[in-house]
Design a protein around this ligand. Sequence first.
Ligand SMILES: Cc1cc2nc3c(=O)[nH]c(=O)nc-3n(C[C@H](O)[C@H](O)[C@H](O)COP(=O)(O)OP(=O)(O)OC[C@H]3O[C@@H](n4cnc5c(N)ncnc54)[C@H](O)[C@@H]3O)c2cc1C
Length: 415
Amino acid sequence: MKNVVIVGGGILGLSCTYYLQTSGSAHVTLLEAGTFAAATTSQAAALLTRARSDVNDGLMVDESHRMIKHFEHTFQQTFMHRNGCIHIANQGDSFQQELAALQMHQQQGKQRGIESYWLNAKEIQQQLPWLHIKNESLALFYPDDGHADPYLLANFYRQAAKQAGAALHQGIRVKQLLESGNRVVGVRSESNHDWLADAVIIAAGPWSSILAAQHQVKLAMAPIRSHYWITDNHNLLQPDHAMAISPTSKAYFRSENKGLLFGVRDSQTCIADPKELPLSQQDIHNHRFEQDEKGWLALEENWQSLIDICPLLETAQLNHYINGISSYTPDGLPLLGPCDQWRNLFFATGCSGAGIAWSGGIGRLLSEQVLAQKPFVNEGRYALNRFEQHFDTVDPMDENFRQQCARARSDKKTG
Ligand SMILES: Cc1cc2nc3c(=O)[nH]c(=O)nc-3n(C[C@H](O)[C@H](O)[C@H](O)COP(=O)(O)OP(=O)(O)OC[C@H]3O[C@@H](n4cnc5c(N)ncnc54)[C@H](O)[C@@H]3O)c2cc1C
C-alpha cells in the first residue's frame, strides 16, 4: 500500500485522490489550503466537449464522461446537461479549413466509438434559432456532449474518495516539500506539521509553479486570463439548447437557463506573474488584469464577428462577467506525471482551460503513474520535460516564456 500526499483540493487534486484511493493500492491524504473546489474549478464554464484531433486527448475526456455517468448512477443525481454540442464550419474564407478540422475530429471520434453527425445550415438554425447561420455553413453535432456544474463534479470525486477511505483536509497550506537525497519524502505545512509519503502529487492549480520553483522544478506554464459573459434571459433561448462552437468567431456559446453564456478567444495577452498571484481563493475571484480589467477590449476586438453570428448580443444585457485564471502551456496540453529532478514527485497541472473536461483522464493517468501501472494513454504527450528541446528557456518566472504560453490560448480553436 502506497502512502500518497496530494497538494491542492481543486477538481484535479480531488480526481487524483479518487482514482488512487479506489485503486485499493494507495492511501491518500489530500491537503487543501482553503476549501475544496473553491478556486479556479468553481469559475469554469465547464464545456465537456469530445471533439479532439488526437486519440489520447479524446480518451482523457471520454474518461471524464464515463466518471460522470458513474457518479450519476452511484449518487442517483443527474447533474450533466447532455444537450449536445454543435461545431460550426461557417460559410466564408476559412470554411474549407474548418470543415477539414471537423472531418478529422469525426474520424478520430469514430475510432473511440463517439457518435457525431452532420447538420446543414437549416438544421443548425432549427436547433439554435438565436444564431445567424449562412446558407452554405455546415456543422458536426455531438449529441452526447454537454456541460456540468464543475463544483458539483468536483464534489462527487470528493465524496466517493472519502467513502473509499481517503483523508481529506481543508485549511492546510503546504509551504515546502521534504527532501532526502534526490527523493521527495513528504510535505511540510505552514504550521510546521510534516506529512511523510511514498509519493507526492502537486495539483495546486496556478500556484503549482511557486511550490515547484522552491525545489528547482520549472513548470512550463503561465497563469493566463480565461473569461466569459452571461446575458439576461431572452425569449429565443431555452435551457436545453445545444452548445455551439464557432472557430470563425473564436467563440463558444451555451445556454445558462434562459440566458446565454459565451466566451471569446481574444488576442489580449493578459498574463499574471506566478509570484504575484493572490494567495487566497477569495482573492483569485477578485483578481482583475490591468490591461483589460472588465474584458471590454476582448469584446470590442471580436464584436463584429460575434454579432454576425449571434445578433441577439446587440441588444442583450450582459448580466455577468466571469474573469479567472487558467494555467496554459505552450502547446495547450497539460503537464502530467513525474518530474526529472525528484523521485516520487508528480504533477497534475497546466490544464490550459480544459481541466474539468479532462479531470477523469488526469486522475486516472496520475494514479497509473504513481502506482507504476501501464498508462491508458501515451503519457509522453503530457510529460513535464517535453518543451526543453523547443525553447531556450522554460521557466514560468520568465516573461518571454509566459508570452509563449499566452499564445496557446489565443490560438485555441476547440472548447
Ligand atoms: C473563466 C474560466 C472558464 C473555464 N472554462 C472551462 C471549460 O469550459 N471547460 C474546462 O474543462 N475547463 C475550464 N476552465 C479551466 C478549469 O477551471 C481548470 O482547468 C480547473 O479548474 C483546474 O483545476 P485545478 O484543480 O488544477 O485548480 P484549482 O481549482 O485552482 O485548485 C487548486 C487548489 O490548490 C490549492 N492550493 C494552492 N496552493 C496550495 C498549497 N501550497 N497548499 C495546499 N493547497 C494549495 C488552492 O487553494 C486550490 O483550491 C475554465 C477556467 C476559467 C478560469
